[in-house]
Design a protein around this ligand. Structure first.
Ligand code: MD3
Ligand code: FE
Length: 217
């Protein structure tokens, strides 16, 4: 019998929730690694703070972003691309912390992708009312590799569509510690994030941070 009084991170047992062929949610996967992840994020932010990029059509995104790894995802009036350099200061993006890499590879392995070797990590910051419109991720070189995403902080409703923008949408609640692996036939499906509801998380405060690991180059 476990008489633990508190619902702390060490109590959280992970479980797997299948979404479709190639995609699954590892619920509570990264709760016990939250401190290592937050530490890594703080290091990156000290030289590469969150910024709201502009889409090619000139709109400022409501999601703020930064990156680590060999290349980072950037967007401006010239379009979307992966770049080795932070356009804000011309410096190379910081290396991906070893702890990030190991966690992402482990998640991919548990989802049936034993060869995943991410070279890029996009870090998205959502505040109340931030959203991400439906899109496909197809700027990466290796579309055979999955994308592994870690959710931290306040929850989100993730929108998962089909191969066409107008296909029906499934909704998934993503909470702190949930990890989603998207590969195989799920890799090119339209997806987005519904406007975030105001909330507070004991460790992250009023924000949601999402890490996406990719084989980009
Ligand atoms: C499904 N980010 O950065 S992560 C993105 O919560 C992005 O910040 C969202 O979409 C976020 O591009 C969603 C989950 C995710 C990432 C990539 C996917 C789901 C995906 C690629 C294909 C299908
Ligand atoms: Fe995406």
């Amino acid at each position: 019998m476990n008489y633990s009084l508190f619902d702390d991170a060490s109590d959280m047992q992970p479980w797997i929730e299948p979404i479709c062929e190639g995609a699954l949610i590892l619920r509570h996967f990264s709760v016990s690694d939250e401190i290592a992840l937050l530490d890594g994020i703080q290091q990156i932010l000290s030289k590469h703070p969150f910024r709201q990029m502009r889409t090619p059509n000139g709109h400022r995104m409501s999601v703020a972003m930064t990156c680590c790894g060999e290349v980072g995802w950037v967007s401006d009036s010239n379009g979307y691309r992966y770049s080795a350099y932070d356009p804000e200061n011309g410096e190379h993006w910081p290396a991906m912390p070893d702890s990030f890499y190991l966690l992402a590879v482990q998640a991919a392995q548990e989802a049936g992708f034993p060869d995943f070797k991410p070279d890029s990590c996009l870090i998205n910051q959502y505040q109340a009312r931030s959203h991400l419109s439906l899109h496909q991720d197809k700027d990466e070189k290796n579309l055979g590799a999955p994308i592994v995403s870690f959710s931290l902080g306040i929850p989100a409703t993730f929108l998962f569509g089909g191969m066409q923008r107008t296909d029906a949408i499934q909704r998934y609640h993503l909470a702190h510690g949930d990890v989603v692996v998207w590969g195989g036939p799920a890799r090119l499906r339209y997806h987005g994030v519904a406007p975030i509801k105001e909330a507070a998380h004991p460790l992250l405060g009023t924000q949601r941070i999402n890490l996406t690991f990719r084989e980009a180059i």
